[in-house]
Design a protein around this ligand. Sequence first.
Ligand SMILES: Nc1ncnc2c1ncn2[C@@H]1O[C@H](COP(=O)(O)OP(=O)(O)OP(=O)(O)O)[C@@H](O)[C@H]1O
Ligand SMILES: [Mg+2]
Length: 394
Amino acid sequence: MLRDRICDQDKLTKDDEKEIISLIKKKIKNDDFFVNSSFFNRDDFKGKVYLLLKDEIEKKYPYSDFDVEDNLINKALSEIFGLGILEKFLQDRMVTDIFIQDNEMIIIKNGIKEYLGTVFNSLDEVYLIIDRIKSNTGKTVDQRVPFLNTVLYDGSRCSIVIPPISDRVYISIRVFNCIDFELEDLLRLNMFNKKDYDILKDLVDKKKNILIAGSMGSGKTTLLNTLVKLIPKNEFINIIQDVPEIKLKEHPFVRMLCTRTKSRESDNEINQDRLVFETLRMKADRIIVGEVRDSMAAYQMLQALNTGHRGSFSTIHADSAFDAFLKLETLAMEYKTNISNYVVKQMISRAIDVVLFLDYEKDEDFNICNRRLKELLLVDNNLSKRGDYKLEYL
Ligand SMILES: Nc1ncnc2c1ncn2[C@@H]1O[C@H](COP(=O)(O)OP(=O)(O)OP(=O)(O)O)[C@@H](O)[C@H]1O
Ligand SMILES: [Mg+2]
């Protein structure tokens, strides 16, 4: 038979696999767009790898009916990006966090911590992963600078700390794109009730400036992402983030801007404030700042919102809706030391229309659960005669 002449095996050999993977690795590495576009959809990315593999197999064995097995796709992914055992967890949509401490690993899956025990045979394997992360991102971590904050090829946030400043090697990864929620999903998950759901939609419609407050992992970015999706498609939206976490595939007028840390001599550090500045020149209808951290950016954002940018959203680390004001005041005054507290408060009251505070509970194993919209605070544009905010909790 023809097929037998061309291929007398019923499975790809290890050498075939190696050759095919190395061919698609070359293709992918030469295609920046391919890698960058993976930020937007993990399944899509896997799908593309599948198509490339299929293509190469068909070229090599045109008359065979070899399947592109999941196993081969996973092998290709781990070979291409070289993160070994991590790849499996980066592909698992239920895994939100991965922690490595020396050769042990812990994951958070479906909100539950799972201790996986020793998964690396030696520390060398862990350092190999660090080397791969370094070479994929062009950053360094060594004795001189023993920590590294970076983004993996798929958009996951990764931070590395190594001895001597720590007792062990720690790698912490917040897996990207775990679940791409819609506002309705969050309603179903009980993050808020139907009344608040309607209020949230109304706030976006009415172009209110929204600040989402909460502690780490409370769901700020997730909620922000669902609100941003409700913005009409004909508006210019500038999104400023440290990591491209907010995704807006359907909107044609989105401008994504990402900060850059300095990790090599040749890098220029790009901060939030610079991106806010650029945004103002780009005539954005809405400014979305992933998370306000930077004092200069906080001040600039307040100024931008005071000069008529409506419908802008941001998040901030804070322990209550009211605490968010204190945080913003502190940041702004850190930058403009000669400005009075009264003026900053005035700027904030004019800039922010509503603060949403997210809270959560922890179960007996300290797993985060029951993320909820705890406070919805409306802010009057003017301060009281005594110079206090005029607030209304809904
Ligand atoms: N209502 C929810 N139900 C279940 N999981 C959720 C919910 N909201 C968010 N998550 C998940 O919780 C994790 C943390 O969410 P998110 O990144 O939005 O938090 P964050 O407050 O922005 O955290 P950080 O302060 O680190 O930026 C994500 O993996 C997200 O998918
Ligand atoms: Mg966040």
